[in-house]
Design a protein around this ligand. Sequence first.
Ligand code: CTP
Ligand code: MN
Ligand code: MN
Length: 510
Amino acid sequence: MEPLQLAPTGPRKKRTRLTDTPTASTSEDIKFRDLVLFILEKKMGTSRRAFLMELARRKGFRVENELSDSVTHIVAENNSGSDVLEWLQVQKIKASSQLELLDVSWLIECMGAGKPVEMTGKHQLVVKGDYSASPNPSPQKTPPPAVKKISQYACQRRTTLNNNNHIFTDAFEILAENCEFRENEGSYVTFMRAASVLKSLPFTIISMKDTEGIPCLGDKIKCIIEEIIEDGESSEVKAVLNDERYKSFKLFTSVFGVGLKTSEKWFRMGFRTLSKIRTDNTLKFTQMQKAGFLYYEDLVSCVTRAEADAVNVLVKEAVRAFLPDAFVTMTGGFRRGKKVGHDVDFLITSPGSTEEEEQQVLHKVTKLWEKEGLLLYCDLIESTFEKFKLPSRKVDALDHFQKCFLILKLNHQRVDSCKSNQLQGKTWKAIRVDLVMCPYECRAYALLGWTGSRQFERDLRRYATHERKMMLDNHALYDKTKRIFLEADSEEEIFAHLGLEYIEPWERNA
Ligand code: CTP
Ligand code: MN
Ligand code: MN
């Protein structure tokens, strides 16, 4: 084999030896045992590849001559992620999903540092195009190996609470909220999808190149990202944060029971502060809003994990006093591993009870708390659930289960490690609690629906509709092609019905 290309760097006298098939390092030479590298020859050339392999081995890296199952990192030069992917498919190599595809710049930095350096977005090769959005999905067609292609659907991404792109997602969430306040649904969705996809990235975006191949980032979104990269802030976000309407709506909707309609009214009437609203004699408040003002300070200070655990004990005790076989599951943000929340959500179901017993539980539980002086506010909504009704087509549809929206008095002594507030003399805190009661047959669907996040749920439904011709809501999954309801005893089974990889609750923070 004649070298056509010389290694651009590296000692000249070693030239011929370097172009020989490089010898694998002996195990004593390997310093970094967690990584197994393979360097792609395509577009790099034989001699440069040989040079880099030798160099990496001398620095203590394990470099394989051939691509095998043990390889963890593929290094390529002048190749896009799609190029590498194509090559891998031709090789018919079964690679694990953990395989990293990296640009040679990463290896060169490692050589400089004499050890593996952190892989960031600029090193990682991204694959363009969105496989999962293909118009004709079939369950047999599993995604190509190796590459972490990013789906346009949050339900095909793993989004933990470890957000590497706060600076961007905070900006997009403010812009989305502003659209929500202005009832601009289209832009709201655009900003929420952008924030959501950025939350799922395993790296921080540091240059526009990092955004290549990522779905849900249109021109408008990219402009904002670019501005934040360059100036550290977005002028549009700054303008929103100073906007009278945004500031007022943000403040008004922070009161429990105040939505867009009431905010709009108060804003038009010229109100700008809560104290002016609270003390105005001409305004009429709902029971919910009265409670919202009464417990305002407690409710805006978020619920901690310790407080949620204490509420969990309280709810379980009360429910099981009436239904000993009941399953009581904490859902919502806390099930997704959040450390704080705006409320605590619970799903209640019982395998052995009659419809009548089931219907009575929330009434009995709230009456008990009322007697104990723990019930500060209660709005109980009866079920409108009909067994054979098709799932709703709307992505944001409310469900039909019996439920109650509560404010409970949580005594500090029930909370482990609680120091706050006790000094001020108040011995309790008002906590928002949601209880949902569901028939035992739909518990898996109800659990999936009430675990959230909202964006994750929206994308699950959108995916079901557009990719699977199915209808999903908090009660059921309906296959429109087969015209049957698909039953499920667990969330895993629902994901399987949808042909989706299972996503754990803590990976649903989309
Ligand atoms: N949900 C629903 N129907 C409602 C209210 C909520 O299906 N009427 C679902 C939503 O999918 C949401 C979950 O229940 O994701 C929990 O709602 P919520 O408490 O509002 O949000 P969390 O994700 O728990 O966030 P937070 O920590 O702020 O409470
Ligand atoms: Mn919640
Ligand atoms: Mn809730």
